[in-house]
Design a protein around this ligand. Sequence first.
Ligand code: FUC
Length: 808
Amino acid sequence: MIPLLALLQLGQSPPPSLRAAPDLRLWYRQPAEQWNQALPVGNGRLGAMVFGRTDHETIQLNEETLWSGGPYDPVVPGAYRALPEIRRLLFNGDIPAAHDLFGRSMMGLPYEQMKYQPLGNLRLSFPGHERATAYRRELDLDAAVARVEYTVDGTRFVRETFSSAPDQVIVIRISADRPSAVSFTAALEGVRNQTHSNYGTDYFRMDGVTPNMLRLTGKSSDHLGVAGRLRYQADLVARAEGGSVVVDRRTLTVDHADAVTLVLAAATNFVNYHDVSGDPAARVARVLAQVAARSYEELRQAHEAEHQQWFHRVALRLGSSLPEADTLPTDLRIKRFAAAPDPGLLALYYQFGRYLLIASSRPGTQAANLQGIWNEDSNPWWDSKYTVNINLPMTYWPAESGNLAELVGPLEQLVSEVAEVGTRTAREHWGARGWVLHQNTDLWRSTTPMDGPSWGAWPVGGAWLMTNLYERYRFSGDRADLERIYPLLRDQTRFLLDILVIDPRRGWLVTAPSNSPENFPGWPGNGPFFDEVSGAELQARTMTAGPTMDMQIIREVFAEFDEAATGLHRDSALVADVRAARPRLAPNQIGKHGQLQEWLDDWDEIEPDHRHLSPLWGLSPGREITPESSPAFAAAAAVTLTRRGTGGCGWSYSWKAGLRARLYDGQAALDQLRALLTRSSLPNLFSLCGRALQVDGNFGATAAMAEMLLQSHQEQIHLLPALPAEWATGSVVGLRARGGFTVDLRWAEGRLTEVQLQASQRRRAVVRAGGVTGVTAGGRRVRFQRVGPDTIAFPAETGVRYRIEFRH
Ligand code: FUC
C-alpha cells in the first residue's frame, strides 16, 4: 500500500507523514446493475468489466485490437484540386458554398471510420447465491484486483479478477471458506453486431473443449463496405481444486470444488494496421502453455509486482477526508461530495486516473481509445475510437507529471503510423508535403477528413499530437526522446508550412479551411441547415479560416521544431522557413467582451457555453499564454472561461479545471473537479460523455490535479501554484517536472513544510515557491541565485537529493 518503490528509487525511507497508506479502493455494497457501474481491470490489451453479481455474474471482455473492418484506404486521389475554390469561397464569405464543396470533394471515402468492438461476456451462474448477505465489491487500485465477497448460508465466497500484463491472461479466482463449496456453470458468450450493417457479416462460435475449456472464436463485421478481416479466439481454462469439472457442448460446470481458478487468454490476427496475418489460435495456445504450470499465487504475485512498478511511483494524500469516508461506499461518497468537502475522494480520483492509464496503455499495446479498452457495445458512442480535437491528446496529459512517461509509447506508435498513412493524405487532399491527421483515427489509421465538413475540415490533429509527444522530451530532457520523434516533427512542420495561406483581408498566415472544434461562429445568417454529407439537419456551420487554436498549435509546433532542429544541427533551410512564417501567423486577439477571440473575426458563439475550450489551447495544454508572460491574454482567457460556464462532457470539466489551475485559481479548479465528480461521473468513477464512460475526462482531471500542485511549463518548478483552501494539508511523492526532475512535497495550513527534489541529469533547477530561502543537500548548504522574490536557481547534479528551505 505504501508507495515504497517510489521512495526506494529515490534512495530514501519515507518521511513519517507519508507512511500511512492512502485510501486506494473503490467499493460498494451492491453489485453493478448495469455496465456503467461495473469495475474495470486491464493489462493494456485485455480488459474486463466486473459486475460483481452473486448468482448470475457477468464479466464483460475486450481485446484491444478487435475492431470492425480491416485495412482500408479512404484517400480520394486528387481531392486537393478543389482547395483553391474552397478557399476562394471561404475568403469571399460564401461559407455555405465552401462547406458544400469541401463535403463533395475533400471528405475521405468512406467518410466514417471503423468501430471498436466488444469481445464477449463470461457468464457465471451460482445456484442459490441470490440469497447472499454481507456483500461487498471493490476495486483495489493498489493491487489492480476487482474483488467480490459475500456470504451464503454461512459460507463466505470470494472472487478476485485481474488482467495480468506479465502473463497476458485474465485470471478469476473463486474460493470459499468451507471445502467443496464452489459450484457453478460458466459460458463464454460472443457478441453479434445487430445493427451496424444491414446484413450479417460477423459471426462467432461457442465450443466446449474437454476436459476443462471453453472456446469462443469469431470474425469481425464488415462496416461501410470495408471487409471485416479480423479473426479472434478466446480460451477459458478452469483449474479446479477438488470437486469435478464437466464440459458439455458450450458450458462448463464445476461441482463441489474447494476453489477454482479461471484463466482466459484471447487474441486476434491483427499484426499492425496493414497486416492481419496473425494466428489467434497459436497466440492463445502459446499464452496458455506459458501459464500452465503457474499457480494462482504465482500469477497474482507477478501481476501485482508488475502493476506496482508503475502505480507506486506517485503517492498523493490530500488533507483529511470526511471522518466517515472510509466507511462510506464510493457511490455514496460521490453523492456526499456535492455538499461536503472530501479531498480524499479527489486523491482517489487522481490515482484512479493513473490506474486507468496503466490498465489501458502499456508499452507495445494500442493507445487508449475513447473508452480506454472497455466497451460493451457493438455500436459505441463515437465508435469508441480515437478523436483528436481534444480527447486523444487529453488522454495522455497525466502521463508525464504522473511519472508514467513510458505509457505514452502507444501514442507515439499511433502517431508514427498515422504519419505513414497521412503522407499520402497530405499529398492527395492538401497537395502538401509531410503528413496530416484530421479529426479522428481508428485501428486502421485512417487520416482523411471524417464525418462531415463540420468536424472533418480540421487539418491540425497531427500537429496537436506532436505537441503531446514533445512533452516527453521536455519532461525527460533526454536527447534520445527527441531524436526518436524528430522526423515526425520535421514532416509535420513541412505539412503546416505548405497549408498556410494568406488571409487576404489582414495579410496573416492562416489555415483554410478549418474549424474551431466544433463550435459555431455567429456570423450573420449562420444557423440550422441540412448537411449533404451527414444527411442531417445540423445546428450551424463551423467552417472558418485561421481559428485561434490552429494558430496557437502551429506556433507551438514551429517553436518545438526550431528548438529541436537547432539543438540537433539539422534542416537549417526548414528552420529558416519556420522563422520566416512564425511572426506572420494570425495572432491571439481580444474581443468585444474582453474574451480571447475564437475566430479571426470577433463573432459571438451561437452556443455560448460550448463544451470545447479551443481558443484557450495556448493557456493549456499550450504555454504561450501565462499570467506572467502575457497578462492581458491570460485575463482574456479567464473571461472566455467564465463565459463558457462550468458544464459539458466530463472532459470539458477537466479541461476547465486545468485551465483554472494555469490561472492560479485553485478554488475554481476545485469547483470544476467537484462538478465533474458529482455531475458528470459514474458511480465507478469513470467520467461520462453521452451515455457511456469516456476516459479522457478522468485523465484530464488527473492532469489538472497535478497542475494544482506543481507546474513546470515556464522553465521553472512552481510549487503549489493553485492550492485550494480545502487541500490545506497534504503531500505528494514522485511527481515529475519538466527538465528531468522528480519532486516530493509536503504542506500544512496551505504552506510548504518539506520539499525534496532530484534531477535525472545535470541541470539548472529553478524553484518557485512561497517563502523559499535556500537549498541543502546532505545537510550542507548549496549555493543558489535568487532570481525572483519567491524563486531561486541552483545547479542540480544527477542523483543528489536536494531539500528546499523555507521561512516558516
Ligand atoms: C468530440 C467532442 C464530443 C465527444 C467526442 C468523442 O467530438 O466534441 O463531446 O467527446 O469528441
